[in-house]
Design a protein around this ligand. Structure first.
Ligand SMILES: [Zn+2]
Length: 115
């Protein structure tokens, strides 16, 4: 057992102690840094060797598959539909967009009922 003799009494010992604390802190920081570097490396390697890495590949097309496109409002069900996939019908002399034929028919039926 090591007795921490003169630990609080002698100045130089204290400085030694704080120096070792700083060294420990630096070591911990260094260890953390290397941990991060290794993690990054492993991830890069996994992405590289994974080839068609499922998680990476499936995660990326998501945002790309949804290009910024005009959304049109289906006033029947109040759903916003991408313009390209919306159904267009002339209702009461106006082109309107619908999410489905059912909504379009509902709108047309509503107009027919109203007039
Ligand atoms: Zn709809």
């Amino acid at each position: 057992m090591v007795r921490r003799r003169g630990f609080y009494r002698i100045g130089p010992r204290r400085r030694c102690y704080s120096a070792s604390v700083i060294r420990g802190f630096l070591l911990a920081t260094l260890a953390l840094f290397w941990l991060l570097v290794i993690r990054l490396l492993l991830r890069t390697l996994a992405a590289f060797f994974g080839g068609g890495g499922h998680t990476q590949e499936t995660r990326h097309p998501g945002p790309r598959a949804l290009p910024v496109e005009d959304l049109v409002l289906d006033r029947v069900c109040h759903t916003h539909v991408p313009r390209s996939s919306a159904l267009v019908a002339r209702v009461a002399g106006r082109d309107e967009h619908f999410c489905s034929a059912a909504c379009r028919d509902k709108a047309l039926a509503g107009v027919a009922r109203a007039s």
